[in-house]
Write a protein that binds this ligand. Structure first.
Ligand code: NAD
Length: 246
């Protein structure tokens, strides 16, 4: 069968790297997209992906024109773009009273606009090939809100509305669009938390541990499968039971 081509944004990051490795291990050719990395960070990434079919591309996913160029390059070089994982994300936390416009803008641009920027250019090719998988990495913060994260929670909740609307538009074309809402996962983003905060979080998770990148990556790989075509417009919570609902 034709090898699926996957693009993973934030591909050098904690979750992104694991998603790239899991999709490549499942047989995909993977394009990891991230901001230009320092030589040390790039070397660490290259070591972690040794032997896997993963290619690194430097692109700022908050830049609409740069995303157009990226999608064009991937389709030209590899012949298709079948699986798009919108995973790049940043936090710029502050309570609303102290939040600068720049903090609001940066978080919306990277966490939400990026999904539009890439889908806008990738969806046409998926439609013409009759197959596509879009997987948006949201957050439990988008479901519950979080103190000091009005910008991040708004962007992550916005991803759900985007997911459901696009899912409806392309459902009849062989394309599924879903989001995943991780709880707390062990990555550089959460390692920056004070120990006391981490301990409080772990105590509140029914499963009794913080999530691992593999917990998220295996959910991405599941939704990306050819056989997952009947799941669309869904949000899959992967949070150790931290938020339960139906
Ligand atoms: P991370 O900081 O390790 O990785 C994020 C990656 O995105 C980094 O490599 C960064 O360079 C890249 N990036 C940032 N801005 C970019 C841009 N403009 N263009 C291209 N790349 C850019 O964070 P992570 O924990 O791996 O988070 C990945 C995703 O998961 C994010 O969307 C985050 O919001 C979400 N998430 C994480 C957790 C968690 O606990 N770690 C929980 C819920 C959701």
């Amino acid at each position: 069968m034709h090898q699926r081509i996957a693009l993973v944004t934030g591909g050098i990051g904690g979750l992104g790297l694991e998603i790239c490795r899991t999709l490549a291990t499942a047989g995909c050719k993977v394009v990891a997209v991230d901001l230009p990395a320092t030589p040390e960070r790039q070397a660490g990434f290259e070591q972690a992906i040794a032997g896997l079919d993963i290619h690194l591309e430097a692109t700022d996913v908050s830049d609409f024109d740069a995303c157009a160029a990226l999608v064009g390059t991937v389709q030209q070089r590899f012949g298709a773009l079948d699986i798009l994982v919108n995973n790049a994300g940043i936090t710029r936390d502050a309570t609303l009273r102290k939040m600068e416009l720049a903090q609001w803008d940066a978080v919306l641009r990277v966490n939400l606009d990026s999904a539009f920027n890439l889908c806008r250019h990738a969806i046409e090719g998926m439609q013409s090939r009759g197959f596509g998988r879009v997987i948006n990495i949201s957050s439990i913060s988008g479901q519950t809100g979080n103190f000091g994260q009005s910008n991040y929670a708004a962007a992550k909740a916005g991803l759900h509305g985007f997911t459901m609307s696009l899912a409806r538009e392309v459902a009849s074309k062989g394309i599924t669009v879903n989001s995943i809402s991780p709880g707390y996962v062990e990555t550089p983003m959460t390692r920056a938390m004070p120990d006391a905060v981490r301990e409080r979080i772990v105590a509140s998770v029914p499963v009794g541990r913080i999530g691992q990148p593999a917990d998220i990556a295996r959910t991405v790989a599941f939704l990306a499968e050819d056989s997952a075509g009947y799941i669309t417009g869904a949000n899959i919570p992967v949070n150790g039971g931290l938020l339960m609902g139906f």
